[in-house]
Design a protein around this ligand. Structure first.
Ligand code: ADP
Ligand code: MG
Length: 450
């Protein structure tokens, strides 16, 4: 019996696992790491018609490439899958049973809060090494010091350096998957050697954003600061593997090669954030047609998220980026979770967040619609900060009583009507992104934006 593999559909993305040299005229040569898009199946299931990044089309052998897939949501990806948190010495020993020299895990120290313990199985016995946290660094022997646990584990993987053995096999925390493995298995891992970091182009909450060159294309690279935030990056990248739309900033891949650094590589958005774009150009440069185009772009990206049950949670002009050809795309999926998850409300951008989300953590597509209304207001006021002249502490009480911002100067009344619908205190009364997109298209078609 033979197993029939479902053929890949047109539009499927693949990454090359090997170099492929052209053998026949119609073959499409490629090199390892290149991303190709399937254009059509052929009569031979071992060959596909595919397109490369610069639009050349030809035949490719299926066994040279790997299908790229969205990482399944709900997967708990961890950069430190060997970290088991607060477990006791006895629990650690049970986890490292049956004995296997080099099998290890890290736990929080029970005797010394704030410190960690490295537990290693060694010739039938488990050794517990105390990891001391000393003036911002971690150390076992007070000779070798590390910035974080990932670096420490990497060091003792390469070299026993005084331990009973080097670390050979992580004991994985139940239910977690090593982020490194997941990204390479699903085809999203890129190679550091293919990436050149050129210059800093932005400062993010998590670290610098850099302009890079990846195999000849300009890319943006989010660089990690330390291991606590690295985990948040992993969550962001995980979400991005599942999303593909012309109005969402596209993930190109992730680099998790050396264990102490993480890079998220996305398409480069040459004109930067929408809020800066609006502020720097202003009313004299940007006409009504252009403002409406940005509004429509964002509504289309958000409609895609709505259709796929993703809630953004941090939609604002600062998180929309503008491409070289003036297309606005939604970015910053750091807070994006699949609908229904809840989160810490203390760090929320008050002026952009719907009242029910602030009050009861009720995040939904409808709370994104509220933020979209604020974003429209930002667009039509050329990047002003919302609720001007109202102190931050007064915003929520006034909004809850039904206060709505005035129309920005010169904003067409039909567009202001759209904003006001988004700011309905009852989330169920707000329009869907689909409706919003239709309304904006109607405004565009009838040239009501002046
Ligand atoms: P964070 O939300 O973590 O603070 P952002 O993703 O918003 O970080 O990035 C910070 C800044 O870096 C943005 O405001 C923008 O100026 C720049 N930036 C981020 N991503 C890109 C990109 N893909 N292309 C160009 N510039 C970018
Ligand atoms: Mg941001």
């Amino acid at each position: 019996m033979s197993v029939v593999q479902t053929p890949w559909q047109a539009g499927t993305e693949c990454v090359a696992n090997y170099d492929f040299q052209q053998k026949a005229d119609q073959d499409l040569p490629f090199s390892k790491g290149e991303v190709l898009t399937i254009v059509a199946v052929t009569k031979d299931p071992n060959w596909y018609k595919a397109k490369n990044k610069v639009g050349q089309v030809g035949f490719i052998p299926a066994n040279y490439v790997q299908k790229r897939e969205g990482v399944k949501s709900g997967t708990k990806l961890s950069l430190m899958p060997w970290f088991h948190g607060k477990i006791t010495r006895e629990q650690a020993e049970r986890l490292l049973y049956p004995p296997e020299t080099g099998l290890f895990l890290v736990r929080e120290s029970t005797n010394y809060p704030g410190d960690y313990t490295l537990c290693v199985s060694c010739e039938g016995k488990v050794e517990h090494y105390r990891i001391i946290y000393k003036s911002g660094k971690l150390t076992i022997d007070e000779e070798a010091y590390f910035d974080n646990l990932m670096q420490l584990v990497e060091h003792y993987t390469n070299d026993a350096d005084g331990l009973c053995t080097n670390l050979t096999k992580p004991k994985l925390m139940e239910g977690t998957v090593a982020a490194q493995d997941m990204f390479s298995q699903s085809g999203w891992a890129l190679k550091m050697k293919d990436l050149k970091l050129l210059q800093i182009i932005g400062k993010g909450e998590f670290g610098d954003v850099m302009l890079g060159d990846y195999r000849g294309s300009k890319v943006a690279v989010k660089c990690i600061k330390n291991d606590a935030t690295a985990q948040a990056f992993v969550a962001e990248a995980l979400v991005m593997t599942q999303l593909r739309h012309k109005n969402l900033v596209q993930l190109l891949g992730v680099i998790v090669e050396d264990k102490s650094s993480l890079f998220i590589v996305t398409e480069f958005m040459a004109k930067g954030s929408l809020v800066d774009y609006l502020r720097s150009r202003g009313r004299s440069v940007l006409g009504g047609e252009c403002l409406l185009k940005f509004s429509l772009d964002v509504s289309e990206g958000m409609e895609y998220l709505e259709d796929n049950n993703f809630v953004h949670r941090d939609l604002a002009a600062r998180n929309v980026l503008v491409s070289e050809d003036n297309i606005a795309k939604v970015s910053d999926f750091g807070l994006t979770k699949e609908a229904s998850a809840t989160q810490d409300t203390s760090k929320l951008p008050v002026k952009w967040t719907a009242p029910e989300a602030l009050r009861e953590k009720l995040f939904s597509t409808k709370s994104d619609v509220w933020s979209f209304g604020i974003l429209l207001w930002e667009i039509y006021s050329f990047g002003r900060v919302p609720y001007p002249r109202i102190a931050l502490k007064d915003v929520v009480p006034r909004v809850e009583k039904g206060y709505k911002m005035d129309s920005p100067d010169g904003c067409s009344p039909v567009v202001y009507e759209v904003m006001k619908q988004c700011w309905n205190v009852d989330p169920n009364q707000r329009p869907s992104f689909r409706k919003l997109r239709e309304q904006l298209e109607h405004i565009k078609a009838n040239e009501l934006f002046q």
